[in-house]
Design a binder for this molecule. Sequence first.
Ligand code: MG
Length: 150
Amino acid sequence: MRELGPGDPDNSKKPEDAFQEADNLTHEDMPMGDPKVEKNFVEPWYGIDFDGTLSMYYGFKGPGHTGDPIPRMVTRVKQWIAAGMKVKIFTARISVPDQRQEAETAIREWCLRHIGKELEITNIKDIGMVVLYDDRCKQVETNTGRLLNV
Ligand SMILES: [Mg+2]
């Protein structure tokens, strides 16, 4: 049996243990591949939603408004970055063309202030996305359609 990856369910573990394990992931757990061998190599990254996941959110107050940091999530992101992982802000905020610039600027400044560096911001999922942390997600078990963590 292959080792479990970051997106795989492990039903043999108690939820708190599985959570702890996810929090302890390092870049060695990521399917890095070899950029010299794989012509379609895309650098692996973790996707982190912004509103309600990384920053407090109580309804839309404009593209330039950002909430206070959510400490638990900010700590995770800092740990991942320190471990060498690539982290991207994955947010629908930048999907409105005439608000995109203002939203990106606000999120960039927020990241600099609370995480210590600017993070790439995207609303596009590509093959490098290893995992997504999002307050609107329902995790579906691979190939079964079953919901996990309900
Ligand atoms: Mg959200």
